[in-house]
Write a new protein. Structure first.
Length: 326
């Protein structure tokens, strides 16, 4: 008997095939929406600051203080130090400048050349978004450090931590200042100051480091710079804080405001512009470049007792942040 074609069956099969095709297209769109794309992984932002590559997106929430503390404990404390070439230093500084100018994709491509990347996070403590520019090579073991940029406001000032771990707890002061006032850039060294036996990792006294190159870029933009250090209690037993201008003088108004704010918080402050203090930072190279560029610079040392007290660190950070020019 000849087979009779059923028109209803034909229509049903056709509809089923169309349904399958629509489902495949829909699934493809969803994958494209939720899976990050990119090549080598600049971890770099697109022009609007969202992440490309395989890095976590800007929606990831982290405790910024814990992230930085983990980095100093797990990487900085154990890191070797590999002196960067001049071209590598220049690339790092130029990429930071591009990022600050809003050319974030271009900054990411430049950072790729030196195996750095950009990631963005939302800080759980402040609810603000921050960009992290960090070394990807050997988990940061070159000792070239990190840069954190507050994305909630236009960048206007920097806080610099040249001796994390060596000046124990100084990174907590840097974090505190960054959180306490919008528009900041935190520049963090990536190795213990004694990681290199030739002294090349002591970034506060070297002109040939990534840390210094980035600070130079910020000074060229006339960003006021606040650099935090630590001293042993026995060095100045009568003081909690030593505030100085290094070899500069452009930062005197900021220094006076900071000293006043710190005194109001109960800190005994040795003001190097008014009397002789230990550790005045006159050999600090970032301070010298800030002076050359006409940018305010403040060198602040904190006793070990202050740095070991979380409550005092918070008060000190807030006082310094309040003194920075807006």
């Amino acid at each position: 008997m000849p087979m009779v074609r059923n028109p209803t069956t034909k229509v049903t099969i056709k509809r089923t095939l169309i349904g399958i095709a629509v489902t495949v297209v829909t699934l493809g769109a969803l994958v494209a929406l939720f899976v990050p794309f990119g090549g080598r992984g600049t971890d770099a932002a697109n022009g609007d600051g969202r992440q490309g590559g395989s890095a976590p997106g800007g929606h990831e929430r982290v405790d910024l203080a814990r992230r930085i503390t983990d980095f100093t404990r797990d990487t900085v404390a154990r890191s070797d130090y590999l002196p960067p070439l001049r071209a590598q230093r220049r690339t790092a500084a130029e990429a930071v400048g591009l990022f600050l100018d809003g050319r974030r994709a271009e900054a990411g491509r430049r950072l790729d050349d030196i195996d750095f990347g950009i990631r963005t996070y939302t800080d759980t403590a402040t609810g603000r978004r921050f960009a992290e520019i960090s070394d990807r090579a050997a988990e940061g073991r070159r000792g070239w450090g990190r840069v954190y940029i507050d994305l909630s406001a236009t960048s206007r000032w920097s806080v610099q931590v040249p001796h994390p771990v060596a000046d124990a707890g100084s990174e907590q002061l840097g974090i505190g200042v960054l959180r306490a006032r919008r528009g900041g850039v935190l520049v963090l060294a990536g190795a213990h100051r004694n990681a290199d036996k030739k002294g090349r990792a002591d970034v506060a006294h070297r002109r040939d480091t990534v840390f210094d190159a980035v600070c130079d870029e910020l000074a060229a933009r006339r960003f006021p710079g606040l650099q935090v250090h630590g001293f042993a209690d026995s060095t100045e037993p009568d003081y909690d804080v030593i505030a100085s201008l290094g070899s500069a003088d452009k930062g005197l108004p900021t220094a006076r405001r900071a000293a006043t704010a710190l005194r109001h918080e109960g800190f005994a402050v040795c003001r190097a512009w008014a009397r002789r203090c230990a550790l005045e930072g006159r050999g600090n190279v970032q301070g010298r470049e800030a002076e050359n560029q006409g940018a305010p610079f403040l060198h602040v040392e904190f006793s070990r007792t202050v740095r070991d007290d979380a409550a005092r660190v918070r008060r000190a950070s807030a006082a310094m942040a309040a003194a920075l020019p807006s």
